[in-house]
Design a protein around this ligand. Structure first.
Ligand SMILES: [Zn+2]
Length: 292
């Protein structure tokens, strides 16, 4: 069975507790090798990847985001649910709340941001009007309401380079720019998923108020503790949402680069593909033909 749904576990989510019959998979991609697990959830095959590796051994700026997303693409994944532990800049978004972010602000500095680096791969300017899949976000919202979880259906996630936390002055700046949340891993993951034409949504779990808002200094232990306290809730939310996802569903995200596959020869106004379709074909070339 082809794996159509994947979970990317962020800080505090290292164990695919919701899956059974787990097996290890090793995927070789042009960007590096990736180890992940594949298990089952009520008949669905679901991949699980710990973003920071087992035991949180990889810091946010050194995560091989391209290899991770490409590995999922090669498996045939069409929908990704990711988790992220985030600090809140918005007093209405309190520790323990879920935010299904709909926008991001990118303040990362040193990361490979694209699969398309010119040459034979072409150049692609992918559209970011809706970076996070609205359909997956709607499903998450449905499950969160059923769970009676404190949830915010929209939010702007500012992604900083890390691994240090932000300064209070930076947090003041981010607030003025419209950010609700601060974290270190949302970009380029969301961008690469879009370039790979995979639906992607992030469950942001507020673990603390950000620097200058929190009454005390921030520690990673505090973040882990908050994630542990909410682990059961996150598992229920993720499992409930996976069960609502039709593995073979189709979505506009699946046409983010190439445009409607069966439609007229344009990109639907969603992305600027420079140099013809070379880029899109090249990325797709990493995927077995029957999976496309
Ligand atoms: Zn989508």
């Amino acid at each position: 069975m082809t794996v159509r749904i994947a979970l990317i576990g962020g800080t505090g989510v290292y164990d695919p507790a919701v899956l059974s019959d787990l097996r290890e998979e090793h995927v070789t991609t042009p960007y590096g090798d990736v180890g992940l697990k594949v298990g089952r959830l009520e008949g669905r095959e679901v991949a699980f990847m710990a973003r920071h590796g087992q035991g949180h051994s990889v810091p946010p700026h050194l995560v091989n985001y391209r290899a991770n997303i490409m590995a999922l693409k090669q498996l045939g994944v069409r929908s990704i649910l990711a988790t992220a532990a985030v600090g809140s800049l918005n007093l209405d978004m309190e520790p323990g709340d879920f935010v299904f972010c709909d926008q991001f602000l990118d303040f990362t500095k040193s990361r490979a941001q694209t699969f398309f680096e010119g040459g034979p791969g072409g150049v692609v300017h992918v559209d970011m009007t809706e970076p996070y899949c609205p359909e997956l976000r709607a499903l998450l919202g449905k499950v969160a309401v059923a769970l009676k979880a404190a949830v915010h259906p929209i939010g702007t996630y500012a992604v900083t380079e890390g691994p240090r936390f932000e300064s209070p002055a930076e947090i003041r700046m981010l607030r003025q720019l419209g950010a609700d949340l601060a974290g270190m891993t949302g970009v380029p993951e969301v961008v690469l998923a879009r370039e790979a034409e995979i639906c992607y949504a992030t469950v942001c779990m507020v673990t603390n108020f950000a620097a200058g808002i929190s009454p005390h200094r921030l520690t990673h232990e505090e973040v882990l503790k908050a994630m542990q306290m909410n682990a059961a809730k996150i598992c229920s939310l993720i499992a409930g949402t996976v069960l609502l996802i039709d593995p073979e569903r189709k979505c506009l995200c699946h046409e983010a680069v190439r445009g409607p596959v069966a439609g007229p020869d344009n990109n639907g106004g969603r992305s600027a593909v420079v140099g013809g379709r070379a880029g899109a074909r090249n990325l797709g070339g990493a995927v077995p033909e029957e999976e496309r």
